[in-house]
Design a protein around this ligand. Structure first.
Ligand SMILES: *[C@@H]1O[C@H](CO)[C@@H](O)[C@H](O)[C@H]1NC(C)=O
Ligand SMILES: *[C@@H]1O[C@H](CO)[C@@H](O)[C@H](O)[C@H]1NC(C)=O
Ligand SMILES: *[C@@H]1O[C@H](CO)[C@@H](O)[C@H](O)[C@H]1NC(C)=O
Length: 523
């Protein structure tokens, strides 16, 4: 190995010493400044522990107001037969008719895994809620954004990056990346590297606080705040001269917009006026109709209120519902990271090893939306290895028990609430519990690049009755691979005060860059 050369070893040692010293320095720096700035020092595993208390906020903060009814009505609509006519609905009907077949397959799989003779590590034997989304991603490669009014040097730079990524040589190992987690690790690695080297972003200065330029760093919508703060503070990516930019960031907070304007229509009009302002003042919006502009927004309603005024923009949204206007391949999913407390930056993220995870599946949470009551109806107090609960106690003891379950379960159920997204996915990843996503039409974060089935399980809403069979049918080998994948994917879901390679900030930006490139046509 290379380490057998003495001078090299010293060099490594020196780098490590410098690195540790730097970390210690930053640590004390942040301790001082985070008090002034009122931001958490770090966010790691306990970030989302309180998820069982608060989920998607609209049912929490505004419980008594009319929009809840609004939201609730939608849930009911999504259960009517009308909804079943859409693409995914038809599949779910087809699937139901094959239920008998499925049962047979399941029992065969079960027997195999019990006798230990199974060598199956491949995909599950039935369609998951991801099947249809995958084909939509592939179809999106044939769509393109508006042809620019005039071609720019920045476009040519992007096109050359796209060409380079397309020609990326297959590599078997990329430092820091575990290949099975990616759709194509060579392309991702090359694309990421080119983003770091080339991408320049312009941030419009227009827009008043608190809706613009005022990141909010805590709470369930903190993702948009953290992104805004890190983007506005980025030395690497931002440029002062918009002519040098490949992408244009619209720095507003959907959470503050919601806090200041009470109604959907008015919020939409507010954004429309903002778009008219920048379209009138700069030439860039009109050039592409907004296709090279992006926004990052976590509020439940952000998808709805940006649909018209910012329809061509690349929208990074928490509420990524492919059945409600989220365009796979153009829009991208912002992970929900629930941030509520100050944390130690060097705290290690870990849960129990697989051998000590004795519970098959765990869920606890409020009865938000239509799906969770169904989950409880089928699984609450039914089987000893299925720990499926409603709302847990909100005191310290309740929190401890919740963590204990996350730590000692094999699978953590991430069932949709009022909307498709839930902070449980990131929470499960932090506890090294394999996420089981039950939320049809939810497009998971970084779907463009990640192979989600390498570290999570997707179960269709209509398959809740077979949930236990589905989980039991996953062979031990496959479970171990999923668990390992969860550990390896953690780095992409972590915020850092000073962004580090492959972290959440970079992954969000990469998805925007990726989708801009995929929307451009090579002549
Ligand atoms: C916007 O909302 C914030 C937070 O609720 C509040 O402090 C602020 O006064 C509001 N601003 C306006 C202009 O309504
Ligand atoms: C962009 O188009 C809008 C609407 O057509 C127009 O009002 C605006 O003046 C244009 N912007 C520029 C900079 O020409
Ligand atoms: C859960 O696991 C983490 C990491 O191992 C540990 O710090 C924490 O104390 C555990 N919590 C419980 C309740 O076991």
């Amino acid at each position: 190995m290379a380490y057998s050369f003495l001078p090299l070893r010293f060099r490594h040692l020196f780098i490590v010493v410098i690195f540790v010293a730097t970390i210690l320095l930053f640590q004390s720096y942040w301790k001082t400044f985070s008090i002034l700035l009122d931001v958490p020092t770090f966010i790691a595993n306990n970030v989302t522990i309180l998820d069982h208390e608060f989920d998607s906020d609209e049912g929490r903060i505004f419980r008594s107001e009319s929009f809840v009814v609004d939201n609730h009505e939608e849930e009911i609509h999504s259960f009517t037969p009308k909804r079943l006519r859409d693409e995914n609905g038809i599949q779910s009907l087809e699937f139901e008719s094959k239920n008998g077949l499925l049962k047979t397959t399941l029992s065969v799989l079960n027997n195999k895994s019990m006798t230990g003779s199974s060598t199956q590590t491949s995909k599950l034997a039935w369609p998951t809620s991801l099947t249809a989304l995958n084909s939509r991603l592939i179809r999106s490669f044939n769509s393109s954004s508006m042809k620019p009014e005039w071609s720019s040097r920045r476009d040519r730079e992007l096109l050359s990056a796209k060409l380079e990524i397309g020609n990326a040589n297959a590599i078997s190992n990329s430092p820091g990346l575990y290949a099975p987690l990616y759709r194509d690790v060579s392309k991702f690695s090359r694309s990421y590297e080119l983003m770091e080297r080339k991408l320049k972003v312009y941030i419009y200065r227009e827009g008043e606080k608190p809706i613009f330029h005022q990141p909010k760093m805590r709470g369930i919508y903190a993702s948009e705040g953290w992104f805004m703060k890190l983007m506005e503070g980025s030395k690497r990516f931002i440029v002062k001269d918009p002519k040098k930019a490949h992408l244009f960031y619209l720095p507003f907070s959907s959470q503050m917009l919601r806090a200041n304007i009470s109604n959907n229509k008015l919020m939409e009009q507010y954004l429309e006026r903002y778009v008219n302002l920048i379209a009138g003042r700069y030439r860039f919006w009109n050039r592409t109709g907004g296709s090279d502009h992006f926004l990052v927004a976590c509020h439940d309603w952000a998808s709805r209120i940006t649909m018209q005024p910012m329809k061509n923009c690349i929208r990074s949204l928490c509420n990524a519902n492919a059945a409600k206007g989220f365009q796979i391949g153009k829009d991208t999913t912002l992970p929900v990271t629930y941030i509520h407390s100050v944390m130690n930056p060097l705290r290690k993220i870990a849960g129990k090893p697989p051998s000590e995870r004795t519970i098959l599946a765990f869920f606890a949470g409020g009865m938000h939306g239509y799906l969770r009551p169904i989950l409880l109806k089928h699984w609450e107090n039914k089987e000893p290895d299925m720990k499926i609960f409603g709302q847990m106690a909100r005191d310290a003891e309740g929190k401890r028990i919740y963590m204990e379950y996350m730590n000692s379960s094999r699978y953590c159920i991430c069932a949709r609430g009022y909307e498709v997204h839930t902070p449980r996915i990131v929470e499960a990843i932090f506890s090294e519990c394999v996420p089981v996503i039950i939320s049809d039409n939810y497009v998971p974060p970084f779907f463009e690049v990640l192979e989600w089935e390498a570290f999570s399980v997707f179960v269709r809403e209509s398959d809740v009755p077979s949930l236990r069979d589905i989980l039991l049918s996953i062979p031990e080998e496959k479970y171990l691979a999923l668990h390992f994948g969860v550990k390896k994917v953690q780095q992409h879901f972590l915020w850092h005060k000073i962004p580090v390679k492959f972290d959440l900030f970079h992954m969000i930006l990469h998805s925007v860059w990726n989708n801009r490139l995929s929307q451009m046509r090579l002549k």
